[in-house]
Design a protein around this ligand. Structure first.
Ligand code: SME
Length: 204
C-alpha cells in the first residue's frame, strides 16, 4: 500500500527531475577529480601562473596611470581619493579600499571607496594600528583570527594594511584594503601596494 501510493510517485518525480543518477556517494568514484575531461595538476599550475601574470599586468597599468594622475595636484585628499578610487574599481577582490590618517594620536578615516567605515579606530587595536605600531605591511588571510581586529563591516574576511612612512620612517597614515574573500592578498598585492603608497609624499 505504502509502496504504491507514496513511494512510487516520489520515485517517478525524482526520475522526472533528473535525480535518477548515481547516489551522491558514488559520484566521486565514477567521476574522479582529475578525469580526462577535467583540468589536471600541470594545467591548474599554469592557470595559477596566468592569474599571477594578469594581476601583475593590472597593477602595472594602475601604477602607470597613477603616476600621471598624481601629477595633477599636490593636494593630499585629492591624491588619496584618486588612489582609492582607481584601485577599488580595477581590482575585483577589493571590497573596501581607503586610508586612515594619524591625527593627534588617533587613526581617523580618510578618502575611501566601499561600504561605510568606522571613523575613528580604537587606539592600539586592530590591523591598521598594528601597521602603524610595527612600521610594516600586515597581511591578514583571515580577519576573524586576528586578535583585536576591528570589523567595520562583517562581510570582510581578509585584509592588507600598508603604512605610509614619512621622515625618519615614521608612519603618518595607512592604506587599508579589505576583501570579502578569505586569503585574498598575495605577495604581488603587497609589493605593488607598497610601491603605490610611495607615490603619495607626506604633506610638508
Ligand atoms: N579592520 C580594520 C578597521 C578598518 S576597516 O577594515 C575599514 C582594523 O582592524 O584596523
Amino acid at each position: 500500500m505504502f509502496t504504491k501510493t507514496i513511494f512510487l510517485p516520489i520515485m517517478e518525480l525524482a526520475l522526472f527531475c533528473g535525480l535518477g543518477g548515481a547516489p551522491t556517494f558514488l559520484v566521486p568514484i565514477i567521476n574522479p577529480p582529475f578525469a580526462d575531461n577535467s583540468p589536471h595538476l600541470p594545467s591548474l599550475l599554469s592557470m595559477a601562473m596566468i592569474e599571477k601574470k594578469k594581476l601583475n599586468a593590472r597593477y602595472e597599468r594602475i601604477y602607470t596611470q597613477l603616476e600621471d594622475l598624481l601629477q595633477n595636484t599636490g593636494n593630499l585628499v585629492s591624491r588619496m581619493a584618486t588612489v582609492a578610487a582607481l584601485l577599488h574599481h580595477k581590482m575585483p577582490h577589493f571590497f573596501w579600499t581607503g586610508f586612515y590618517l594619524l591625527d593627534k594620536g588617533e587613526l581617523i578615516v580618510g578618502p575611501y571607496q566601499g561600504p561605510l567605515a568606522c571613523q575613528v579606530l580604537e587606539k592600539n587595536s586592530g590591523v591598521c594600528w598594528a601597521g602603524i605600531l610595527r612600521h610594516s605591511t600586515i597581511v591578514v588571510p583571515d580577519v576573524h583570527e586576528f586578535p583585536g581586529h576591528i570589523a567595520c563591516d562583517s562581510r570582510s574576511n581578509s585584509e592588507i594594511v600598508i603604512p605610509l612612512l614619512g621622515k625618519n620612517d615614521q608612519p603618518w597614515a595607512v592604506l587599508d584594503v579589505d576583501s570579502h574573500k578569505r586569503d585574498a592578498f598575495s605577495e604581488i598585492d603587497k609589493q605593488w601596494l607598497e610601491k603605490i603608497v610611495r607615490l603619495i609624499p607626506p604633506q610638508e
